[in-house]
Design a protein around this ligand. Structure first.
Ligand code: HEC
Ligand code: HEC
Ligand code: HEC
Ligand code: HEC
Ligand code: HEC
Ligand code: HEC
Ligand code: HEC
Ligand code: HEC
Length: 509
């Protein structure tokens, strides 16, 4: 009896200690997990261990391994080979330390696990950004600023400029016979004219388009990094598409920078209005989830206009026209501009009321219409006539007015429209509409007049006359007639009265 009681007691005692130890371990683990910089131990299979045995050392990519170890991929056991292994027949594959691998990990490779993201991305304008060969801008890089054949075909203006954003056509380095060249370690060499490159529409050797690491910097592949505005700002900046500058100017940007720490940028999921409330980032509006919409990797899914061309049109216009011309049905899942606009408005409505958002869109549409009617359409019509009459040579950029026109639509015209689309009033006004007007009235129109005079002098009277008629038509139109002194008397009277009031308030006169 007494022995069994002692045994029972000892058993209970031991069990209590075991229980206490387990509890302490669990508590310790949980506390550790709560630490802000906690990372679970990376899961490394034999393959990854083998890669890391060298690439974990200084000089062979220690940093690459360290970054990978801090990633979600390491946490879930997606190792080096899961991304870098090549399939039989991959032309960029090479034998490396007992494995057949490739250096570039393309969307096709990521698609082995992230099929949805790859599908959406592949259908987006982002994936097509490498197809700029035929564009007017491309003549700049390959002819006017630089030369395709310069330094044995290095094409520097394009390779270090355009392609770093748009994407190169990746090529292997080949010898005289056209065979791929390998280095001393047996590693295939890429043509330095085309790589390194993480342009968003890179044309890859496996036929896939784009580069996921245009946004997702390796080897962290951190969601916090992609959700930051600076991420998009690598490409979306500068005089012809200043989205990051516009964002920084906007109240959305101001609030983001004021409350960056409360944005929960690394949380899962990241839903506007639920996980964070301070401000939207580029990703919030164009990519990330709302309570009603999933994440999209097609950045066109929430856009209704395209603000890039000489004359803006609705984003679905060219696809609709093509489908109609070919008599083909629209692709499955095709979104009309109205549907895309609804998607964006659904983002806004997490923070604003319906009326607020609707009115904003009216203000925005008006700016696009103003640009189209006042500058876009008349200038385009004029340039077409100058070319078709032979007053301008067929060569692009050899005449002043071609530069003037380029700055008008490609720089200032885009800035005005883009400023209005994302609440940047200074880009709409001083970098936009003001410069448009200045370009139009102090350069474009005087240059057209000069071309008319020169054509007359050369005896091309008929051609000169055609241009003169179009110019007069334009100058007599409602939007431009102020320039030739034709002002409606009522309006002039009102303006004069307003000017007097203004002087009274603000000047010492
Ligand atoms: C025995 C050492 C060793 C092992 C094991 C090893 N590597 Fe390497 N790896 C190297 C060296 C050395 C280089 C060349 C580094 C340089 O040129 O700076 C290299 C280069 C590379 C490159 C870059 C090629 C380029 O185009 O620049 C990749 C990608 C790579 N290794 C991936 C892997 C993967 C994946 C594994 C595991 C299957 C692995 N390595 C295993 C030593 C190793
Ligand atoms: C989630 C996929 C992924 C994983 C996992 C991954 N990589 Fe990479 N790695 C990439 C991508 C993407 C690139 C960029 C290639 C490019 O587009 O130029 C890259 C590039 C590289 C390069 C050459 C680039 C340079 O900066 O020199 C090396 C070397 C490399 N990886 C080694 C490794 C090693 C070693 C591991 C495992 C510790 C690993 N990678 C794990 C996706 C991955
Ligand atoms: C072998 C499968 C596999 C491959 C290949 C792969 N991933 Fe992943 N990836 C995963 C898994 C699994 C997760 C974790 C998913 C989760 O937790 O919901 C993940 C997570 C991610 C995340 C989210 C990270 C986070 O912090 O939540 C990103 C971004 C990502 N992958 C991008 C890529 C890119 C880009 C490539 C190609 C360069 C790639 N992955 C290749 C399996 C893969
Ligand atoms: C800093 C990155 C960057 C550089 C450098 C760059 N672009 Fe772009 N480009 C962009 C972005 C971003 C857009 C889209 C802008 C938008 O939608 O507002 C764009 C738009 C374009 C478009 C319009 C595409 C369309 O669908 O209408 C063409 C054409 C183009 N770029 C050609 C070029 C050429 C050619 C060069 C070199 C002379 C070049 N770009 C240099 C980032 C860049
Ligand atoms: C234009 C930038 C951009 C490009 C290019 C891009 N992504 Fe993303 N990706 C993002 C953003 C932003 C997020 C974060 C969305 C969010 O808020 O959760 C994201 C999130 C992800 C996630 C995590 C999704 C989740 O449910 O949490 C995966 C996986 C991923 N991307 C894979 C890819 C792959 C694969 C590619 C290449 C086909 C790619 N991404 C290209 C911007 C990009
Ligand atoms: C590596 C360069 C690069 C990065 C990074 C990048 N973009 Fe772009 N983006 C482009 C280019 C180039 C285009 C124009 C593509 C074309 O039409 O040829 C573009 C076009 C777009 C468009 C217009 C889409 C359409 O269908 O008309 C949107 C919206 C956009 N990007 C949003 C983003 C956002 C948001 C991010 C960050 C999460 C981002 N981009 C990151 C280069 C980039
Ligand atoms: C508050 C939401 C919001 C934020 C934040 C935002 N955008 Fe936009 N973006 C818009 C709206 C709205 C449009 C116009 C949509 C339309 O035409 O229907 C637009 C249009 C665009 C376009 C299309 C331009 C074209 O050529 O057609 C690009 C590119 C773009 N945004 C990139 C960015 C980038 C990069 C950032 C961050 C620096 C950003 N956006 C931040 C709402 C936002
Ligand atoms: C995460 C919340 C959030 C989202 C999403 C959001 N906004 Fe805002 N928005 C704000 C905040 C906060 C302000 C600053 C309010 C103030 O002036 O005090 C603001 C300001 C504005 C302003 C006023 C700008 C000014 O200079 O006074 C407009 C217009 C606007 N937003 C439109 C939009 C539109 C359109 C969308 C969708 C494309 C959108 N917002 C998405 C939070 C948001």
């Amino acid at each position: 009896m007494s022995t069994s009681l002692t045994t029972k007691r000892s058993i209970i005692g031991v069990l209590s200690i075991v229980f206490l130890v387990v509890l302490l371990i669990a508590l310790w683990k949980e506390t550790q997990r709560q630490m802000p910089d906690y990372k679970p131990t990376p899961i490394m299979d034999a393959g990854t261990k083998h890669c890391v045995s060298c690439h974990g050392e200084k000089g062979v990519g220690k940093v690459i391994t360290e970054q990978w170890k801090e990633s979600k991929h390491a946490e879930v056991g997606v190792g080096c080979l899961e991304c870098h292994k090549a399939e039989d027949g991959d032309i960029d594959g090479f034998e490396h330390e007992g494995q057949f691998i490739s250096t570039i990990v393309t969307p096709k490779d990521c698609g082995r696990c992230h099929n949805n993201e790859v599908e959406e991305f592949t259908h987006s304008h982002h994936a097509d950004a490498g197809m700029i060969m035929g564009s007017l801008d491309n003549i700049l890089a390959e002819v006017i600023e630089g030369h395709t054949a310069f330094n044995d075909g290095a094409n520097p203006a394009a390779a270090s400029g355009c392609w770093q954003c748009h994407g190169s056509k990746v090529q292997l380095l080949t010898d005289e016979e056209g065979n791929p060249v390998k280095d001393d370690n047996g590693i295939l060499k890429f043509d330095p004219k085309t790589w390194p490159n993480t342009g968003i529409g890179r044309v890859n050797l496996d036929g896939s388009k784009g580069s996921c690491s245009a946004c997702h910097n390796r080897h962290h592949f951190s969601v916090a990094q992609v959700r930051q505005p600076e991420n998009c700002g690598k490409c979306h900046m500068g005089p012809d598409h200043p989205q990051i500058e516009i964002y920084q100017e906007s109240k959305h940007g101001i609030n983001f920078y004021a409350h960056r720490e409360e944005m929960n940028l690394d949380s899962h999921p990241w839903v506007v209005g639920e996980g964070y409330i301070a401000a939207p980032t580029c990703a919030t509006c164009h990519i990330s989830a709302t309570p009603d919409q999933p994440i999209t990797h097609d950045v066109g899914d929430r856009i209704s206009w395209t603000l890039r061309p000489k004359v803006s049109e609705k984003i679905d216009a060219s696809a609709l026209a093509q489908a109609e011309a070919k008599g083909e049905p629209l692709p499955e899942g095709f979104l009309t501009w109205e549907e895309r606009r609804k998607n964006m408005q659904n983002v806004c409505k997490q923070c604003h009321t319906r009326a607020y958002v609707d009115n904003f869109y009216i203000q925005y549409d008006n700016v696009v219409h103003l640009y189209n009617e006042k500058y876009g359409k008349p200038a385009l019509e004029m340039m077409n006539l100058l070319k078709s009459t032979g007053i301008l040579t067929p060569t692009n950029f050899d005449e002043n007015i071609e530069w003037t026109y380029f700055l008008l639509w490609h720089h200032e015209g885009r800035r005005a429209r883009m400023g209005a689309s994302m609440m940047g009033p200074d880009y709409t006004q001083w970098h936009g509409n003001f410069e448009l007007a200045e370009r139009m009235y102090t350069e474009f129109i005087p240059e057209v007049k000069e071309l008319i005079e020169n054509a007359k002098k050369k005896g091309n009277v008929n051609e000169a006359h055609q241009v003169e008629v179009l110019l007069n038509e334009m100058l007599n139109s409602e939007l431009h007639k102020w320039y030739i002194g034709k002002v409606n008397p009522e309006e002039a009277k009102k303006r004069k009265a307003a000017a007097a009031t203004f002087r009274q308030r603000y000047s010492n006169e």
